[in-house]
Design a protein around this ligand. Structure first.
Ligand code: RP5
Length: 168
């Protein structure tokens, strides 16, 4: 999946390329909504200097929302949030032994004063983080707002058309 060639408005960061299977759901959603984004591996504990540099320069580069996914101790979303005032959406990535409950607790339990909007563990969380980023951007983008409304209408129609394999 190619990143957008336009100036990215959303930065999708993750602690490892092993997070991509989950985080690609955020990328796909942004692509579907036509929102320019970039996706990068920036590990909090293996690339701390690069992580701080990203957070320090993101706003001046035009980034408006950061989506950060990580597994295990999952410091990435919180540390990015500590270094900038852009909205940070945290996605808990499933981990090998604790299946992402560790990631969730790590990301959601930010101390008072430095918020991270925390989403569900895994694919749904990644996709919803991207939708949330779209909703933030749509506050100043009527066309994006219309696309979000259409998306809700399509979801409604899909749910209304659902049938169950009931025996008669
Ligand atoms: C975290 O450690 C990453 O976000 C990933 O979820 C987890 C495992 O990383 P790898 O060992 O697969 O690189 O930092």
């Amino acid at each position: 999946m190619a990143e957008c060639t336009k100036t990215p408005l959303v930065g999708i960061l993750m602690g490892s390329n092993s997070d991509w299977d989950v985080m690609k759901n955020a990328a796909q959603m942004l692509k579907d909504f036509g929102v320019p984004f970039e996706a990068r591996v920036v590990s909090a504990h293996r690339m701390p200097d690069e992580m701080f540099e990203y957070a320090e320069k993101a706003a001046e580069r035009g980034i408006r929302v950061i989506i950060a996914g990580a597994g295990g101790a999952a410091h990435l979303p919180g540390m990015l949030a500590a270094k900038c005032t852009l909205p940070v959406c945290g996605v808990p990535v499933p981990s090998k032994y604790l299946r992402g409950v560790d990631s969730l607790h790590s990301i959601v339990q930010m101390p008072k004063g430095v918020p991270v909007a925390t989403f569900a563990i895994g694919e749904a969380g990644a996709a919803n983080a991207a939708l949330y980023a779209c909703q933030i951007l749509a506050l100043n983008d009527p066309e994006l707002s219309r696309r979000l409304a259409d998306f809700r209408i399509a979801q409604n129609a899909k749910a209304r058309a659902m049938t169950l394999p009931l025996e008669t």
